[in-house]
Design a protein around this ligand. Structure first.
Ligand code: HEC
Length: 220
C-alpha cells in the first residue's frame, strides 16, 4: 500500500514537471506563469510608457494647445535679418544694473563665452587659438557699437558659426552677461553708475579687477 502510494506521488510529480517544462518551452520570450503578477506589472503609469488614461495612449502628455510654461518668455523677433535689426532697435536690457549683476555676468561669461571670445573679448579664446576655428570679432573693435538687442538676438538664435545659447542660459543670465560684454566694449561705460558724480569712487574696471583678485584668492 505504502509502496503504491509512493509510485503515485512520483508519477504525479513527473506529470507536473513535464507540464511545467512543456509550458516553459512554448515561447522563449514569455516568462511563463507569473506568481502574483501585480508585483511584476505595477498598475502605476510608467514614464514615457503607454496608458489607456490619455487620448494619445502615451503617458507623456503634450502641453495644452496655445499655452506657455510658467516663467517662459515669449520672444517676438524671428530668426531673420529683419528680426535681428528690429531686436537691435527695440529690445532693451530689462535687468536693472548693479555691481552684483555685472559680476554675475562676468562669472557666467567665464563659463560660456571665454573659451571662444577670450578674457577681454578680443576673439582670442583657447578654441580659436588652438584650432582652425575662426576668431570671433573683438568686442572692442568690430563689435564696439553692437547694440544690446542685437547681442541678445545672437544669444537667442546663434549667428553663423556661433550656436544659440538660449537653452543653456536663462534669459535673465543672458542679460547679465550682456552687461559684462558691454563693459568689454567700453571699460568706462558703467563708470558713471558707480561714481554717481563722485570722481574719487570706484570705476567699473576697479570693481571687476577687485572681483578677479577675490576669485584667485579663493581658488588658491
Ligand atoms: C564656439 C565659440 C563661441 C562661443 C562659445 C560663443 N561665441 Fe559668440 N561668437 C562666436 C563667433 C565665431 C562669432 C562671429 C559670428 C559671425 O558674425 O559670423 C560670435 C559672435 C558673437 C557676437 C556678435 C554677434 C553679432 O550680432 O554680430 C556676440 C555679441 C557674441 N558672440 C557674444 C557671445 C556670448 C555673450 C557668448 C557666451 C554666452 C558667446 N558669444 C559664446 C563664437 C562663439
Amino acid at each position: 500500500m505504502d509502496y503504491k502510494l509512493k509510485n503515485i506521488f512520483i508519477a504525479f510529480g513527473i506529470i507536473i514537471s513535464l507540464g511545467v517544462l512543456v509550458q516553459s518551452c512554448k515561447d522563449k520570450q514569455s516568462p511563463g506563469y507569473e506568481y502574483m503578477p501585480d508585483m511584476y506589472r505595477s498598475p502605476s503609469v510608467e514614464t514615457y510608457g503607454e496608458t489607456k488614461l490619455s487620448e494619445s495612449g502615451l503617458s507623456a502628455l503634450q502641453p495644452v494647445a496655445n499655452t506657455i510654461p510658467r516663467g517662459f518668455n515669449l520672444y517676438p523677433y524671428p530668426n531673420t535679418n529683419d528680426g535681428y535689426t528690429a531686436a537691435g532697435e527695440i529690445l532693451k536690457n530689462p535687468v536693472p544694473f548693479s555691481e552684483e549683476v555685472l559680476v554675475e555676468g562676468k562669472v557666467a561669461y567665464g563659463k560660456f563665452c571665454v573659451h571662444c571670445h577670450g578674457k577681454k573679448g578680443e576673439g582670442d579664446g583657447t578654441v580659436p587659438t588652438n584650432s582652425d576655428y575662426p576668431s570671433p570679432p573683438s568686442y572692442k573693435a568690430a563689435l564696439k557699437d553692437l547694440s544690446e538687442g542685437k547681442m541678445f538676438h545672437t544669444l537667442m538664435y546663434g549667428k553663423n558659426l556661433m550656436g544659440s545659447h538660449a537653452s543653456q542660459i536663462s534669459a535673465e543670465d543672458r542679460w547679465k552677461i550682456i552687461y559684462y560684454v558691454q563693459s568689454l566694449q567700453d571699460a568706462k561705460r558703467f563708470d558713471l553708475m558707480y561714481r554717481e558724480g563722485d570722481e574719487e569712487s570706484e570705476t567699473t574696471e576697479m570693481v571687476l579687477a577687485k572681483e578677479s583678485n577675490e576669485e584667485t584668492a579663493t581658488n588658491n
